[in-house]
Ligand binder design. Sequence first.
Ligand code: NAD
Length: 268
Amino acid sequence: MTAAPEVVSPKDGGWTGPLQGRRALVTGGASGIGAATVRALAARGAHVVVADIDQAGAAALAAEVGGSSWAVNLLDPAALTESELAQRFDGVDILVNNAGIQTISPIQDFAPEDFRRIITLMLEVPFLLIRAALPQMYERGFGRIINVTSVHGIRASPFKAAYVAAKHGLEGLSKVTALEGGEQGVTSNCVSPGYVRTPLVEKQIKDQALVHGIPEAEVLGRIMLTDSAIKRLVEPEEVGSLVAWLASADAAMVTGSSYGMDGGWSAR
Ligand code: NAD
């Protein structure tokens, strides 16, 4: 994997690095894995659009990395019209489908509207964004689609019906994108992390303690890290580096794959 190059901000006289001249869009870019990915792509020279419902967070991070922001609720169909998307994706070389949410509940109590919301945000929205990004990537003969899935894209877990279904679906969508785009210079891959130290996981620790009826302090050891070989949470920056490598020229022959970043979780 390529070492992170020195960060050169536009204020210092322009971008440098392996992604210089590339334009990237990261959904859910204001927090956690998305924010680490924004920083990793920008550090390698890309101009990054931080797309997030958190307007202030997206704007602050965009300012930090010299990128731009798109304050958007990806669950609002009015925000994703064909003409809006055509404009947003003009010139985007790298799309990172990362925005995600989680609801923990047994299926019989799972609210159908929660199920739909998760499937929409984490499967239908990536489809719509890939669909919008591809034509102009094909025209330029270059594109990188990187989908942040999860160990739950390959293995299930109780009480996460919508999340597991969405991530399995996104793994499949990513492979189809790879098959259709290969001859036109577009690669498509998934990054599938184990438990990563982010606000989403902090909330999940509380939710899982409730649903399993165990203290929060025990969730990490008894549920989250039981199957991990390296007994710690993944750091968001580690995922960001992997995404940045997949976006680089070094990964030109990598497509249709799913890269674990899970400390051995999926090997068991
Ligand atoms: P996070 O909660 O830190 O960040 C999620 C981001 O998505 C936030 O900035 C949030 O504002 C944004 N978002 C949520 N709903 C949105 C909407 N409707 N429109 C626009 N933006 C919206 O979460 P994270 O842990 O960094 O997760 C990022 C991705 O990584 C998710 O797809 C998640 O499933 C995946 N993932 C996380 C872990 C983990 O352990 N944290 C593990 C595997 C996969």
